[in-house]
Design a protein around this ligand. Structure first.
Ligand code: ADP
Ligand code: ADP
Length: 237
């Protein structure tokens, strides 16, 4: 479980991006965070894997206070939490499978990553992850030959191969066309349901949030202004 208690995040320039956030997210939930640009969605997400540090309050993941974690503790936290970005963050000049491989074995020596030398077991694990998002047939194709939607699936496979409990997704479908965006949202839903992974996703597209997530949290100006089941909102509309 992820628990925010009276969390505040103030950037060094004085801007208060999160004000008194109180929030509990249980294992296996699929949460969409909605809000206008600048509301604080990205900041909130990035506090969970320590890309940002909170400046007041308490933030725990599985009862561990993460703000006091140091080097090894942070690495362990991040192994447990996969992150997906709007811009995919892939190495576009190498193959799909190598993109998955270079990221999911954290202890792999750099020379093996550079030379692309992986064990059969590692390759099997990478191929299984690609299969879960339906792009097994693209394994040996270079990333720059794939469509945006396929690239986001590679990013998702890379995260899955690491076998995290939690996936944080920061606007994962913002740069995709509507049809592809729906397909990628469908992938997230399947992963949430079949693998019981917690998914927390920032998304400015409210209809997609309502269609796919089970819980919707609205943020405005650094504060939670709505928190409810997406089904309830859909019924009200
Ligand atoms: P959202 O993801 O909802 O668009 P953000 O979390 O990116 O919102 O930003 C929340 C607020 O914090 C915005 O006013 C933004 O300009 C500000 N902000 C974000 N990152 C920084 C930073 N590194 N330094 C100062 N202010 C920042
Ligand atoms: P995104 O919404 O895709 O995260 P942004 O344009 O909000 O992208 O932010 C890009 C980078 O700039 C982030 O690292 C963010 O922390 C930083 N940033 C955003 N707003 C500010 C700001 N007002 N002052 C300083 N840095 C900022």
């Amino acid at each position: 479980m992820i628990e925010f208690k009276q969390v505040q995040k103030q950037y060094p320039n004085g801007l208060l991006a999160l004000k008194n956030i109180n929030l509990q997210i249980k294992q296996g939930e699929y949460v969409a965070i909605i809000g206008l640009s600048g509301a604080g969605k990205s900041t909130l997400l990035r506090c969970i894997n320590r890309m940002h540090d909170i400046t007041a309050g308490s933030l725990t993941v599985d009862n561990v206070e993460i703000s006091t974690l140091k080097g090894n503790g942070i690495r362990q936290l991040r192994r447990n939490i996969g992150m997906i970005f709007q811009s995919f963050n892939l190495v576009t000049r190498i193959s799909v499978i190598n993109n998955v491989l270079v990221s999911f074995v954290p202890q792999m020596p750099l020379w093996r990553k550079i030379l692309g030398i992986f064990t059969e077991q590692e390759k099997k694990q990478a191929l299984m992850a690609l299969d879960k998002v339906g792009i097994l047939d693209k394994a040996y194709i270079r990333v720059d030959q794939l469509s945006g939607g396929q690239q986001q699936r590679v990013a998702l496979a890379r995260t899955l191969a690491q076998d995290p409990q939690i996936i944080l997704a920061d606007e994962p479908v913002a740069s995709l066309d509507p049809l592809t965006a729906n397909q990628v949202m469908e992938d997230f839903k399947r992963i949430n349901q079949e693998l019981s992974m917690t998914v927390i996703m920032n998304i400015h597209h409210v209809e997609l949030a309502l269609d796919y997530a089970t819980r919707v949290i609205g943020i405005h100006d650094g504060e939670i202004v709505y928190d409810g089941r997406s089904k309830d909102i859909t019924d009200e509309i």
